[in-house]
Design a protein around this ligand. Structure first.
Ligand code: 3HC
Ligand code: NAI
Length: 706
């Protein structure tokens, strides 16, 4: 038997243990080992039934995702189907004992067993769509037979796991086992040893009528096209589930296999697999090893109860961490707490949280007007107005009020962390924690490393991000950090395009069709055009003379059109914040452009996308070369989680790799010629393009050199 699979005996019940840390993925050797174990058991007259269980923290997290890259680059195609048939056809009942997760191929393996038992805390699911693929080992065929077509379609298209308890009510789990899972599974196996072993693939009672199924499948397609816009895998998963309703099991498996292969070889799947590993890669910081000690964060304080401070307080409370929330006066603090309450109330209304959960979280937030209790906290997040003088004053106060060892973090979106740190006597304790709005919703947390931020402080914030349900990405301390620094050129180009003759709606529409959650101009209206306007006014003295600057948003702001908050910006808004085109805007912009001598022309959707997206790529390449992002994939993860960039394109840098850096570089050179210095190609992009390399290869070289 291989090291990955161990067989032991509990009298007449064989126990097959899958031991492939960390998550028992079905990598090379695992299916072979399970197959050999089933063979061995079939030959052993003393064995009446078998239990399959996972060692360590989980049952089986699925196929080994690393293998997919090998398959798409010419490696052998591995299929689990023969093993699953072998298990299902075993004359001796096989009981799958699930703890942790049975995901993807893990659930498919479990469904090939004759029975499934689980710890109540376990989760099961078919999350393959998150990787741009569909279940490839008969998941789309056995699941509808076990739990019905509607729920199977939902699980295979949405990718969300279900709890063992729900799975038990669905009929996917035969028994929940409190306490010792193995002992419970063995005794269950004994109970069923003498009975004929039921095979999921032979069941039909949950496959509805043709009419019922047609309606379910049509509704699933409509929902997937809307909720998972642009993604191909959910629609392929529905096709495969539909095949289960129309064809015998074997034919359904063939349909599934064909769709699986098409998805696996798609750019979307490659991008989403890049994102899966990228989300784990960003946690790895070369000079802050895993063993770096972390500081306890059991109580925190937030300074400023405005838009961000209120949201950040909720993030901590939601993670069960008590928060002091400070503002300058009673009225402002009351308003801040009022917004938090309203926010929570709407979560209860939408069914996201229960009232009891919300009451508990609200109890964790204590509004305060002074620093008296700050000596008790382990970390402070400052979220006061964006202004260096004010931030420094607050940090001087924090330096006095907080105990040594406490982390002093700033939520600044543009200011220099080192300068803020210089206001304290402990710059090593100072760091940026840049949350994104709305803080309680957005997953990204840019963690900004100051020159003197200590490794313990960095490691603590990275670990804390996970606890807060965020994805923490470490960035360097350049102006606007990584995400917003790139967003500048992106939105600049969107404005230029309008100034050159493109329609506002055409610009937004082109980027929405590209896959972005929102267009760049509508995003400006949402955030408030005045925010950028104020910053631009502050930094105007730094602008180089003779370099083109966008003017349209400044003009809109001068007219008091700040976006959604003033019901007018790039669009007009009704009382429900629904946008409609501004009937006067096009004429106004044309007039401004004529005054500025900007010739008007027809602009294609392709140019709109290239100008905006390549502006991101070019700035990203500079950031990478300057070392403000550790890897290209860090930039991708920032853009997907903080800026609504489509995950199925893998982030801006991966997208550029997919298009081909030579092609991207050539297009940027064209823009450079047409539009001047702002489009000077980033030296790293030029070098990689000329060497025929990719950003992904650059990342690998960086990792190897570290
Ligand atoms: N294949 C390969 N490696 C995997 C893996 C998998 N299926 N699942 C997790 N890993 C790796 C991670 O990359 C990570 O490696 P690292 O430590 O080197 O960075 C390590 O296992 C631990 O993973 P996490 O950090 O994610 O650990 P968590 O405890 O936070 O989460 C988990 C565990 C919930 C299982 C999560 O890892 C997960 O969701 N995994 C992916 C599950 C999945 O998508 N399964 C379907 C695969 S496709 C499939 O099965 C096709 C089939 O239909 C044929
Ligand atoms: P805001 O204007 O909504 O709130 C700021 C709050 O700070 C106000 O309630 C104010 O009374 C309070 N305040 C001012 N001085 C204080 C002091 N000495 N002690 C306690 N409270 C004080 O501002 P917003 O939008 O929440 O921004 C806060 C910070 O977050 C800024 O640095 C901003 O750049 C950053 N940020 C903002 C984002 C956004 O989308 N609004 C996104 C990411 C970061």
């Amino acid at each position: 038997m291989s090291d990955l699979i161990k067989v032991s005996k509990e009298n007449d019940v064989a126990v097959i243990t899958i031991d492939n840390p960390p998550v028992n993925a079905l990598g090379p050797g695992v299916p072979e080992g399970i197959g050999a174990a089933i063979d061995e058991i079939s030959r052993d007259p003393a064995v009446k039934a078998a239990v399959v269980i996972g060692a360590g923290r989980t049952f089986v997290a699925g196929a080994d995702i690393k293998e997919f890259g090998k398959m798409t680059s010419g490696g052998p195609r591995r299929s689990l189907l023969p093993l699953l048939l072998q298990i299902e056809d075993s004359a001796k009942p096989v009981v799958m004992a699930i703890h942790g997760n049975a995901f993807g191929g893990g659930l498919e393996l479990a469904m090939a067993g004759h029975y499934r038992v689980a710890s109540p805390s376990a989760q099961v699911g078919q999350p393959e769509v998150n990787l741009g693929i569909i279940p490839g080992a008969a998941g789309t065929q056995r699941l509808p037979r076990l739990i019905g077509v509607a729920k199977a379609a939902e699980m295979c298209t949405g990718g969300k796991p279900v709890s063992a308890r729900e799975a038990a009510t669905l009929g996917l789990i035969d028994r929940l086992i409190e306490g010792d899972l193995l002992a419970g599974a063995v005794s269950f196996a004994r109970e069923v040893a003498a009975k004929p072993a039921p095979k999921a693939r032979e069941r039909t009672e949950k496959l509805g009528t043709a009419e019922e199924n047609a309606a379910i499948i049509a509704a699933a397609r409509a929902a997937a096209s809307k909720k998972q816009r642009g993604l191909k895998a959910p629609l392929a998963a529905i096709d495969a589930v539909e095949a289960a309703t129309k064809s015998p099991f074997e034919e359904g498996c063939q349909v599934e296999a064909k769709l699986f292969t098409e998805c696996l070889f798609s750019d979307q799947s490659k991008a989403l697999i890049h994102v899966f590993f990228g989300e784990r890669e960003v946690a790895k910081i070369p000079d802050v090893p895993k063993e770096t000690p972390v500081l306890p964060v059991n109580r925190v304080a937030v300074v400023g109860s405005g838009t961000m401070g209120g949201g950040i307080a909720m993030v901590f409370a939601n993670a069960g961490i008590p928060v002091l929330l400070k503002d300058v006066d009673e009225a402002t603090l009351d308003a801040g707490m009022g917004k938090i309450r309203k926010n929570y109330a709407s979560s209860v209304q939408r069914g996201r949280f229960t009232q009891a959960f919300v009451d508990e979280r609200l109890n964790l937030i204590t509004p305060v007007l002074n620093y008296n209790k700050f000596s008790e906290v382990d970390m402070v997040v400052e979220a006061v107005f964006e202004g260096m003088a004010l931030k420094k004053t607050v940090f001087m106060d924090l330096d006095r009020a907080c105990r040594r060892g406490a982390i002093l973090a700033s939520n600044t979106s543009t200011l220099n962390i080192d300068e803020i740190a210089s206001a304290t006597s402990r710059p090593e304790a100072v760091i940026g924690t840049h949350f994104f709005s709305p803080a309680n919703v957005m997953r990204l947390l840019e963690i900004v490393r100051g020159k003197k931020s200590s490794k313990e402080v960095i490691a603590t914030c990275m670990q804390l991000s996970k606890k807060l349900g965020k994805i923490g990405v470490l960035v360097g301390n350049c102006r606007a950090f990584v995400g917003n620094r790139m967003f500048g050129p992106y939105r600049r180009e969107a404005q230029f395009l309008v100034e050159e003759g493109a329609d506002v709606q055409a610009v937004d529409q082109a980027l929405v069709e590209f896959g972005n959650a929102m267009g760049p101009l509508a995003t400006g209206d949402l955030a408030g055009l005045d925010v950028g306007w104020r910053i631009r006014k502050e930094y105007r003295h730094l602008e180089k003379p003779g370099i083109r600057q966008p003017f349209a948003e400044d003009r809109l702001c001068e007219m008091g059109h700040y976006g959604q908050k003033t019901v007018r910006g790039w669009y007009c808004y009704d009382e429900n914040r629904r946008p409609s085109p501004d009937p006067e805007l096009a004429t106004q912009v044309r007039k401004w452009s004529a005054e500025a001598g900007i010739p008007q022309r027809q602009i294609s959707a392709e140019e709109i996308v290239d100008r905006c997206v390549y502006a991101l790529v070019n700035e990203g390449a500079r950031i990478l070369e300057e070392g403000y992002a550790l890897r290209a994939v860090d930039i991708d993860i920032i853009y997907i989680n903080g800026y609504g960039f489509p995950a199925y394109r893998g982030g801006p840098m991966w997208h550029a790799d997919t298009v081909g850096l030579q092609k991207v570089y050539a297009r940027i050179c064209e823009f450079h010629q047409q539009h001047g210095e702002l489009w000077a190609p980033a030296p790293l992009l030029k070098r990689l393009a000329e060497a025929g390399k990719t950003f992904a290869e650059f990342d690998k070289e960086q990792v190897a050199a570290a």
